[in-house]
Design a protein around this ligand. Structure first.
Ligand code: NAD
Length: 352
């Protein structure tokens, strides 16, 4: 019998088409919000305005940026203080949620999230901020959103290209939960179901972005992905993407989507439990191949060179990672072979 430790995290989930039209005011009242600061990215502002109805919004912060630059976080915190906000409403993708988390980190204000991508950040107590080209992340209970209102209708307008990349970013959370440092059977069960839901939803979204049940599957998968990441932590894949994003400012979700099939090809052969669960979830006895085919069908670049990264940029990232990824089964040579594959879009034996 396996021994394990699992920290169950609090958080209320309200899920359903149209929920953002009817549930925001009651859910904010439930957490005692009387003076709400709305945080939304450009694309989130319009839908947010249509849905906030009689929510007591006292100010809006729309200067949302990926990876939350520290000056942006400081301006959002200053606005929250100036308007005496008592709750944060994050409406948008991981960047809007990340900005709300930066405010919650210093103020302790409760967050209600309305996610419009599949990033999964709304389920985790993990914050991230960037300064002078370096991203710092941390774990803090104050940033864990209190309530999440998932409305698949809000994601119908998410372009297929962003949906596919964001969905595979979520799948990366699931896959890493199988071998991350705090891997445990509860997170693994959530992760397996997350892989299944995302693999079911994403191809149908690519074929028809207005397919609401497919959007529901992907959003459900995103929740399971965030929950598995929160419960098990992150491993080699996230470490690689984090290093690449910090060093070369590569687009977050697309970098994850491009790198994931390579990490899976390299690690799955030595991870029997992950192999079993991935095979079941993807309905294939070659889950690494099935994932590579899924990414190709979704139009994800085969290698990072297609995102503008140069071959010379591989080694500095490898040096950042050397000895800094707890539990990674790859030695220096295998890590470099994997990074080269992820850059070139190839598969070599050495990284496996
Ligand atoms: P994002 O929030 O930057 O959104 C991507 C783009 O999609 C933006 O241009 C946005 O305006 C647009 N968009 C969002 N929803 C839309 C919609 N419904 N319709 C049309 N356009 C829409 O990107 P993301 O991938 O969701 O989030 C990335 C950020 O989240 C990164 O900073 C990453 O580090 C962070 N993140 C954090 C965690 C965590 O646990 N802390 C987990 C995952 C991601």
């Amino acid at each position: 019998m396996e021994r394990f430790t699992y920290d169950a995290l609090p958080g209320r989930v309200v899920f359903g088409p149209g929920s953002s039209r009817t549930e925001l005011a009651p859910e904010l009242a439930r957490i005692g919000a009387g003076r709400v600061l709305l945080l939304a990215s450009g694309s989130g502002v319009g839908p947010a305005h249509e849905r906030i109805g009689d929510v007591p919004v006292v100010a809006e912060f729309t200067e949302v940026r990926e990876h939350v630059p520290v000056p942006v976080a400081e301006r959002a915190r200053a606005l929250a203080a100036e308007v005496r906000a008592d709750a944060l409403l994050a409406f948008g993708g991981g960047s809007a949620v990340g900005t709300a988390k930066a405010v919650a980190l210093t103020t302790g204000l409760p967050i209600l999230c309305v996610p419009t991508t599949y990033a999964g950040s709304e389920v985790t107590p993990v914050w991230g901020m960037t300064e002078h080209g370096r991203k710092t992340t941390g774990r803090d209970g104050r940033v864990l959103p209190r309530t999440i209102v998932y409305d698949p209708e809000l994601t119908v307008g998410l372009p297929v290209r962003i949906s596919s990349a964001s969905g595979l970013n979520a799948m990366a959370h699931c896959v890493e939960a199988f071998w991350a440092p705090r891997a445990n059977p509860v997170s693994s069960a959530l992760a397996e179901d997350g892989v299944r839901a995302l693999a079911a939803g994403l191809p149908r979204i690519a074929a028809n972005p207005a397919d609401l049940p497919a959007r529901g599957d992907a959003l459900h998968g995103a929740y399971l992905a965030g929950a598995s990441l929160a419960g098990a932590g992150a491993g080699l894949h996230h470490a690689i993407c984090h290093a690449l994003g910090g060093a070369y400012d590569l687009p977050h979700a697309l970098t994850h989507a491009t790198v994931l099939p390579h990490v899976v090809a390299a690690l799955l052969p030595s991870a029997p439990e992950a192999l079993r669960r991935m095979s079941r979830a993807l309905g294939s006895d070659d889950p690494a191949g099935a994932l590579r085919d899924l990414a190709a069908r979704l139009g994800i670049p085969a290698g990072l060179h297609e995102l503008g990264m140069t071959e010379e940029q591989i080694e500095p990232v490898a040096r950042t990672l050397d000895g800094h990824v707890p539990g990674s089964p790859l030695d220096r040579t295998a890590l470099r072979a994997l990074l080269h594959d992820a850059w070139a879009g190839t598969t070599t034996k050495e990284s496996q």
